[in-house]
Design a protein around this ligand. Sequence first.
Ligand SMILES: [Zn+2]
Length: 359
Amino acid sequence: MNTLSRRHFFKLFSGAMVGGGFSFPAFGAQIRREESQAKPFFLTRGVVLVPADLMLSDWPERAQQAGLNTIGLHHGASPRHVVDFIRSDIGQRFVERCRHLGLQVEYELHAMREFLPRGLFAKNRDLFRVNERGERTADYNLCIHSNQALEIAGENAVALAKVLRPTTGRYFFWGDDARPWCRCNRCVELSDSDQSLILENRLIAALRRHDPRARLAHLAYSNTLSAPAQIKPVAGIFLEFAPIDRAYNVPFAKADDKSNGKHLEALDANLRLFGREHAQALEYWLDVSRFSRWKKPAVKLPFKEEVLAADLDTYGSRGIRHLTTFAVFIDADYVRAYGDPVEVKLYGERLTRWRQRKL
Ligand SMILES: [Zn+2]
């Protein structure tokens, strides 16, 4: 036991002694009941950041004070940046601070280029996808009818999982960002959603040999927004729904917005296939980078608390208990330009307070 955990242990132990010494059984039961009533409905209350955002060095404290419990690390270009960060002193201090504050740490990454290195194209083109013009190409993703490609991807997923091990057992290893899958004679009958699920079904088998409690996200987003139609998820796959193209000036459930309607239908179809128990929505409520069209300088976040409140009803009423949002570009520059981001606090408070209405 190191010094820190020993200190924790004694703190917990002495707390238990005080409580145990002065409580009556009925009183204890009442407290437990009240505690269970007070437990937030949303089990995951998260933000997803890129390493550069952590130059705002008190992000973990801000998250914890807002009632959040999970920080996901992401990078737009390559998981390599997140690996480098985690291996650095700053990264190690970040992980340690999160542990100390009781925050979970996860990794949400487009990882295909790491899983099937593009350099293999010169040796074996059949691992790679065929594009719309019928040409084999190493540009994006892979051919899911290549057993060898799936095998290599599984091995590399395990290698990455050894470095980026989430504290929750939930892995987020996505296909290339909004990029097409294979159009070879055998793959062409399968949608991009079906193709990505075939890969995920293979990856979870490999990950569970390394980490038995592993779960792996199926990302419903952009070209994989529609529910898979031909392939079923195996145990351990859960839905992650990221409605990047929805409108944020009106609630998600506002049916007369065309884009929102399309996303909601896709959400419900995906929930029917994947179930709701572990489903997560990855949202953009705090994503300054999205509202800045992914370019600095960052705009001020156009946050509407009433939209967030209505959206929590939309997700919560469907039984979705895991919510997170990108909060990229809420960093040291942002605080200098716009002051303290009170939206993080409002977001955390809303998620912590939300309860299912009794019917
Ligand atoms: Zn193919």
